[in-house]
Design a protein around this ligand. Structure first.
Ligand SMILES: Cc1cc2nc3c(=O)[nH]c(=O)nc-3n(C[C@H](O)[C@H](O)[C@H](O)COP(=O)(O)O)c2cc1C
Length: 158
């Protein structure tokens, strides 16, 4: 099945796991890039005046502009895995911005969360209900330090 992994990674954990899954499935990768990348200071969630903190408080600010949402060969993919870091128990919003900008049509879609400790929770369902189209499946959450065996096991189960 022709598979695409769309991921957003602010630091590197989600990217690393996305690359492992891509290798296992022979999938292509598409990195979601905000037009204005997040700096380390932007990501400081302990600072009430940081970019990420202000965006979290105001839902309107979470609609971040992306470099592009044009995925080469989008129509050819039958399955899409969307991967994101968990920010305050929801999907990091650059990934949500991607999800709400495209039409998933009849593609099979799996949400994959990467977090320090939060579970998948409702993060995948929230993306599914905000998205246009897609045959959304139950997703999975990996710890930011997940090992290769665990990641391979999930990929092989698809
Ligand atoms: C703004 C922000 C909010 C976060 N909120 C949570 C959270 O609610 N629960 C959690 O377990 N981890 C949280 N984390 C940790 C990240 O989900 C975790 O480190 C993730 O692996 C980062 O992925 P990345 O390296 O691909 O960006 C947060 C990190 C940031 C920067």
């Amino acid at each position: 099945m022709k598979t695409l992994i769309v991921y957003y990674s602010a630091q590197w954990h989600t990217k690393t796991i996305a690359e492992m899954i891509a290798k296992e499935l022979g999938a292509d990768l598409f990195e979601v890039k905000p037009a204005k990348a997040y700096t380390e200071a932007d990501l400081d969630y302990t600072d009430g005046s940081s970019r990420v903190y202000r965006e979290h408080k105001d839902e309107e600010l979470r609609k971040v502009a992306l470099e592009t949402t044009d995925v080469p060969g989008w129509d050819n993919y039958e399955r899409v895995i969307v991967m994101y870091p968990v920010w305050w128990a929801i999907a990091a919003w650059p990934l949500s911005s991607f999800v709400t900008s495209v039409d998933f049509g009849d593609k099979i879609v799996y949400p994959v969360a990467v977090s320090h400790s939060s579970p998948l929770g409702k993060s995948g369902e929230a993306l599914a209900s905000a998205a246009k189209g897609g045959n959304w499946q139950e997703g999975i959450r990996f710890s930011q330090d997940a090992g290769e065996a665990e990641i391979k096991k999930w990929a092989d189960s698809l």
